[in-house]
Design a protein around this ligand. Structure first.
Ligand SMILES: NC(=O)C1=CN([C@@H]2O[C@H](COP(=O)(O)OP(=O)(O)OC[C@H]3O[C@@H](n4cnc5c(N)ncnc54)[C@H](OP(=O)(O)O)[C@@H]3O)[C@@H](O)[C@H]2O)C=CC1
Ligand SMILES: CC(=O)N[C@@H](CCC(=O)OP(=O)(O)O)C(=O)O
Length: 316
């Protein structure tokens, strides 16, 4: 059977990248909406109900509207927006977060594709909380930098119009209410809301998250090697993982901490840096905000739902 895929919001940043990743696939047919009808409720409803899988690349309200337009019980949904990531009845689309998650996604009819920011912090923190090396009530801070494509079409247009005059490094999230906090807290298994301090840089694509740990505050202080082993063991046990773990390093600087290193792939690479005598560590994830952060993850989830092992990267 050739599966019918409808990307609602196919002309946007995430939608376009998914289309490109699906170009050339013979196991599926992308059913497209005419550009002048992309906001026409009746036409969207027709295509949503015709599709085997609908991928929503829309603002939250429009994504909720799309779900409400589905009248059959055959259309499966992957929602790239924030609307359903912690919602009842929806599987969280970060396949590597748990040994059982790829099966949960494969069997789901509704999948909430993860936010770009939470994935790096969940990937590094969740294995440590599960291993009991970092307590669930640890006062976690998450820092990071993202390319400006993370802000969608309006931010891309703004940065590209300003060119070299655009802010090189802009801190934001300054009210500590970022929309990714609920999923980050829930799936990293944290008891308290982390302090999340993101930044956007004057480059298009790619991101880094960094979680500093003041380990000396703990009653039982884990070593860097113990943190690294827990994270490495977690990902070694994950089937079809796109996340890998760099060797424990004592470098002062690392050329691998380049946010653009994995652009156009679905890869994520994790790093642990630690100083045991100071009882301090830093957990880092490097990936593409439009790849593993959005479109790559959506195609990975689609493949799981269709039961196929197909490519998730952009063609070279
Ligand atoms: N960019 C990123 O790195 C990531 C984005 N996401 C999420 O994915 C979703 C899409 O984001 P992104 O691609 O960046 O956004 P864009 O602004 O680039 O694209 C959104 C698309 O949706 C269309 N659209 C808006 N309202 C409606 C509507 N009512 N009916 C039909 N189409 C509509 C827009 O059309 P028009 O422009 O003509 O208004 C546009 O084509 C968002 O929820 C975002 O938060 C998730 C992870 C990462
Ligand atoms: C640089 C920048 O502005 N990034 C966006 C990430 C948006 C995103 O990932 O959207 P979802 O929540 O739908 O996943 C932000 O921090 O809001």
């Amino acid at each position: 059977m050739v599966a019918k895929i409808f990307i609602d919001g196919e002309a946007g940043t995430t939608g376009l990248q998914i289309r490109e990743r699906l170009a050339g696939r013979r196991d599926l047919e992308v059913i497209s909406i005419a550009h002048d009808k992309r906001k026409d409720l009746e036409e969207r409803k027709r295509l949503l109900n015709l599709a085997d899988v609908a991928i929503l690349c829309l603002p939250d309200d429009a994504a909720k509207e799309s779900v409400s337009l589905i009248e059959n019980d055959t259309t499966k949904v992957i929602d790239a927006s924030t609307a359903h990531r912690i919602a009842e009845g929806w599987a969280y689309g970060f396949a590597e977060m748990d040994k059982a998650q790829s099966a949960a996604i494969a069997n789901a009819t509704r999948v909430g594709n993860p936010g770009c920011w939470p994935q790096g912090a969940i990937a590094t923190l969740r294995p440590l909380v599960e291993a009991g090396l970092v307590p669930a009530d640890f006062p976690v801070t998450v820092n990071g930098i993202s390319g400006y494509s993370g802000g969608g079409r309006s931010m891309i247009e703004d940065y590209e119009a300003k060119g070299e005059d655009a802010n090189e490094f802009a801190l934001y999230g300054l009210t500590f209410k970022h929309k990714h906090l609920p999923e980050l807290q829930k799936y990293a298994k944290l008891a308290h809301t982390p302090l999340f301090q993101p930044a956007v840089g004057n480059f298009r694509q790619g991101m880094i998250t960094a979680v500093p740990l003041q380990l000396w505050t703990l009653a039982k202080v884990p070593t860097g090697a113990e943190l690294h082993a827990a994270i490495a063991d977690h990902f070694a046990a994950i089937p079809q993982s796109f996340v890998d773990v760099a060797p424990l390093s004592d470098l002062e600087r690392s050329p691998e901490l380049n946010p653009e290193l994995y652009n156009d792939t679905n890869r994520m690479r994790l790093h642990v840096f630690a100083n045991d005598s100071k009882a301090q560590a830093l957990l880092v994830a490097v990936y593409d905000n439009l790849g593993k952060g959005a479109s790559g993850a959506a195609v990975q989830n689609l493949n799981l739902m269709l039961g196929v092992a197909a490519d998730t990267s952009l063609a070279a």
